[in-house]
Design a protein around this ligand. Structure first.
Ligand code: IMP
Length: 211
């Protein structure tokens, strides 16, 4: 595969850092990732699914820059909360909520519940100027801890304990340990494989154009 250039659609520096690490590892020199131009306005996440929101962000960046864009959207579903916060994970405690606000609300809502099962899902999407796209999903199951532990990562990482781990939260892991198990790691490694194979997303148009 020759080198492809993509603009990252995310305005979240924590996500951008993870994407660069994961895609750099998966695609090496095959990919050049450009930062989101500061003048592109924030995209309203008005979709009702992760895929719709990822698409809204990617389309906005393709339209603003004229080059292919990579976007993702992530949700945390908690079983005892009927799947909340889900697609509203970033604004769970309100429009201007900080990560700490969201974590505090999640712990308060769960209280002493013994059912602490949770799942992170990331939809990763590459969108090309001709409207074709490649989509991949990554999932990690786990449990919500009784209190926040650890200082790495971001978002809900201090309270998410992956089932396939050793009992530590994502925020207690190195970035490499988190990416090996995480929803985002899985989604973007799958996306990288699809891009390398030149496969179109199901029912998503004629396929990936030449880089
Ligand atoms: P977004 O809509 O994809 O930006 O993600 C929604 C929210 O989910 C973010 O604001 C974070 O609070 C949370 N989130 C996304 N990815 C992660 C992660 O890898 N670890 C912990 N929280 C995350």
């Amino acid at each position: 595969m020759s080198t492809s250039s993509f603009v990252l659609a995310t305005a979240n520096p924590d996500k951008a850092r993870e994407l660069r690490a994961i895609l750099g590892e998966a695609m090496g020199r095959d990919v050049r990732l450009l930062g989101r131009p500061a003048e592109v306005p924030e995209v309203d996440e008005t979709g009702s699914t992760l895929e719709e929101n990822a698409r809204l962000k990617a389309v906005a960046l393709v339209e603003a820059t004229g080059i292919a864009a990579i976007a993702d959207d992530t949700g945390l579903e908690v079983a005892a909360l009927g799947g909340a916060p889900g697609v509203y994970s970033s604004r769970y405690a309100g429009e201007q909520a900080t990560y700490a606000d969201n974590v505090a609300k999640l712990l308060a809502e769960l209280g002493g519940s013994t059912d602490r099962r949770a799942r992170f899902t990331t939809v990763a999407l590459a969108r090309f100027p001709d409207g074709s796209e490649v989509v991949a999903t990554g999932i990690v199951d786990g449990e919500i801890a009784l209190s926040a532990v650890g200082a790495s990562g971001f978002g809900y990482d201090p309270v998410f304990v992956p089932t396939e781990g050793d009992g530590r939260t994502f925020a207690e892991m190195s970035p490499e340990e988190k990416h090996a198990l995480s929803h985002r790691g899985r989604a973007f490694r799958a996306l990288a494989e699809l891009l390398a194979a030149g496969l179109p997303a199901p029912a998503a148009g004629p396929g990936r154009p030449a880089p």
